[in-house]
Design a protein around this ligand. Structure first.
Ligand code: ADP
Length: 260
């Protein structure tokens, strides 16, 4: 409980700080990207080295843009827009993005219960959360292996068995990998903002804290089961929606999220 409180206080303080910085930084990035595009259009065809430099700069700027997006989402400046979600449709619609996120050498399976309920949450944020989890699964699968996105219903009785979950009906969305797994001391800290075991450029330490923030704001929960050497399952619980989705949800994330 103390660790959770510490985590919540950290999130609060960091949220306020990063929100302001990320917002201004994002505006500056737009200036950089705009000018790079202009430069790219004016370069002659027979200047491959200059083109490569411009495209390297552009790639760096795109990575920075993804980072600021994450920071903004984390600082809650991105408002949640909850609506009923057809998780089956959303997951299947993400197949291409997820396979590209994982890379060709890794297997991806999507397994959705046929009678899955609708969930109540912001579909774009859910999509973001699933991509974050897939990025982590890809990193954990250094030796190859499989990532599975699955979803099932959790009724009130089953929700009692999950520590930290208010008894109710939920849609559980799991991202599992057969990768490295986490030791208990790492598992203890994964929701802390900026906690990462990855090299600079590989990880920001914001993925899981973002997933945690999203689940909590959606009146849901996140659970992680992990065994070193066997793999990890991250489960997001989202409240069941009694309404059906109004519109079909179309996956909107670009495959460049892979770089995050
Ligand atoms: P990042 O991925 O940028 O490091 P996260 O908050 O997403 O930030 O994850 C924090 C840490 O948790 C990672 O650095 C890694 O050590 C561990 N982790 C997260 N997901 C997994 C996973 N699927 N398998 C093994 N370790 C993981």
């Amino acid at each position: 409980a103390e660790a959770l409180l510490r985590q919540a206080q950290k999130m609060e303080a960091l949220g306020q700080l990063t929100g302001g910085v990320a917002h201004d930084f994002n505006n500056l990035l737009q200036v950089i990207v705009g000018n790079l595009e202009l430069l790219d259009r004016q370069l002659p065809e027979d200047a491959p080295r200059w083109r490569r430099s411009v495209s390297n700069a552009m790639e760096g700027a795109n990575r920075a843009a993804i980072l600021t997006q994450r920071l903004l989402a984390f600082s809650r400046l991105q408002p949640l827009n909850p609506k009923p979600i057809d998780v089956a449709q959303l997951s299947h619609g993400m197949f291409d993005i997820l396979s590209r996120t994982l890379g060709q050498h890794l297997e991806l399976a999507i397994r959705i219960d046929p009678d899955l309920w609708f969930a109540e949450a912001d579909p774009h944020q859910l999509e973001n959360a699933i991509v974050n989890l897939a990025v982590n699964a890809g990193h954990a699968l250094v030796q190859g292996g499989t990532a599975i996105v699955s979803a099932h219903n959790v009724d009130a009785a089953a929700s009692h068995a999950v520590v930290g979950l208010e008894p109710a009906q939920y849609v559980a969305i799991c991202v599992s990998d057969t990768g490295t797994g986490m030791s208990p001391d790492i598992l203890d800290r994964v929701f802390e903002p900026f906690f990462t075991t990855k090299d600079v450029g590989q990880g920001t330490g914001l993925g899981l804290s973002q997933v945690f923030g999203f689940a909590k704001q959606s009146r849901g929960h996140v659970k992680i089961d992990s065994i070193v050497g066997e793999g990890t399952t991250v489960t997001i619980y989202l409240p069941r929606s009694m309404d059906a989705p109004i519109e079909a949800f179309v996956a909107t994330l670009k495959p460049t999220m892979k770089a995050a």
